[in-house]
Each structure stands twice: as C-alpha cells, then as structure tokens.
Design a protein. Sequence first.
Length: 294
Amino acid sequence: MTFQPRMNNRISGFSVIGGLNRRAWNGIVADLWDVECAPAAGGFYVADDPRLFIVLDAKGGDRRNIRLRQTRQAVAEDSRRQVISYIPAGMELWAEMVDVHYVRHLDLHFNAEILSRRLMEDLDRRKLDVPRLMFSEPRFLALAELIAAECINPQPLHDLYGDGLSVALFVDVMRLGPVRSRKRSELAAWQLRRSIDYIESNCLRGIRLEELAALTGLSQSYFSHAFKASTGLPPHQWQMKARIERAKQLMLKGELPMSVVAAETGFADQAHFTRVFRKTVGATPATWAKSQRV
C-alpha cells in the first residue's frame, strides 16, 4: 500500500538536476534530489506527514552552511556535508542555504497510521511531534545512502529491501522500543478505532465476527475477547448500542411510529427494539422520547 505525501512550499533559488528519483513502499515515500543552489536560496515548507530530511552531500565555499528554523524558533545550522533532520507533520520549516552551490538530499515521508499498523503498536505521539533538526549519526547516514542508491537503481532490488531499510531508519531515529505494556488481551488503539468505526458505519446490517477479525489481523476468538477487554462490551452489544444511537436520532427528528424506528434501525420488530432500548438506556423508547421533548 502506498500513499501520496502532500507538501506545501514557497521556495526560490533551487534548480533540480536530472529530475526527481522516487521510490514508494508501504506507508513510505523516498524522494532523492540533486539540486543546484543560487545565492540566498531557501524557502518555506510544511508537510501533512512526518518526514526525514537528510543531506547526503553539500558543496560550496568556505562559509558553506545550511540553516533550518521553525517559526519563532532558534536557528539550527550545520556546515557538515551530511546531516539529518526529523520534521513532524504540520511543522513549518524555513530553510536557508549560505554559500552552498549544490545539495544532494533524501526526503523520506512516513504515513504514521500505516506504520503503526505495520509495527503492530501505537506510535508515541510525543515522539512524533518533537522535531530534531540538524544532527548527525553514522548508522543513520549509512542507511540513508543505501536507500538513496535504491532510488536511482535502474533495476531496484526486491521491494522488501528498500522498505526494510526505510522502516529500520524510522524506528532507529524515533528510538522506538518495545510497545509499552498493556494487557495482552486488549486491542491496540488502531485496531480498536478501526473496528469501532466499522461497526458504527455498518450497524444496521448483520456484521460477521470474521469481518471484524480480518480488519485487525486477529483470529475471531482473540478479537472477540480483546474487543470486550478494551470496551467492556462484546462486539454484538456494541453494535446494538450503535443501533440505539441511530434510533435516538430518528426519534429526535419527529413523531415517527416506534415500529418504523425499529425497522429503520435493524431490529426484528418493535418488541425487540423496546427490550434492547430499555436494557441499554434504562427506559422505554416512548418514555425516553417524552423526556427529550420536555
């Protein structure tokens, strides 16, 4: 599965040499650029996804320097030929090239939701939202060089190769350790969100347990136990709760007969609707509707 990174920029003084070299993997896009820089080249960038900006080579005069800054933040700068910056999603970044004539850089864009599912754990939002500008680490740069080589390789190796390198770099830069402990039977946040969204979107029809298990990559038995451990309700009761919420919305819109509300919200008949409603809400539909009008 690939995604299309979205970035807004206002830049000047850059001329791309030879065009963009791009590779895309599951939740990752790698862009390799060779750029000539005019004096005072620079500009503004903001992206919808977190990314790594990796300078692989820079040529210039004695004052050669690359400066990055957040709006209203101190300047981060470095004169080395190779340097790395992690930029969170939505962060404004201003760049300035000082006495730099040429830059070769790799941009790695990451879809955090896809990577969270792939890693089977919730990514720490605190880490994702903290920028790290202009640092250097030999093992990160070694991985970046291998990824860049795949971007320009006319016969790239197996997708798992470039994909694995990129995931490894992301995990290492973000310092992702083992998932913080949670009860083994609970769903991860992305699994819970995906299954609840699916139930609530399809609550008016019969939902098979195997559908929900497939959405989360779990067995039916494990999913059923994990869903209840996470929500306090088994999946079918959550679906009934979602139907009751739909029924409430219909009752608030006007004086529909309860038999019509029951039919519109997937209940077998009015008696079935009344039993489930009273068990869930603590009052009959008619009593609840009257209390809302009052």
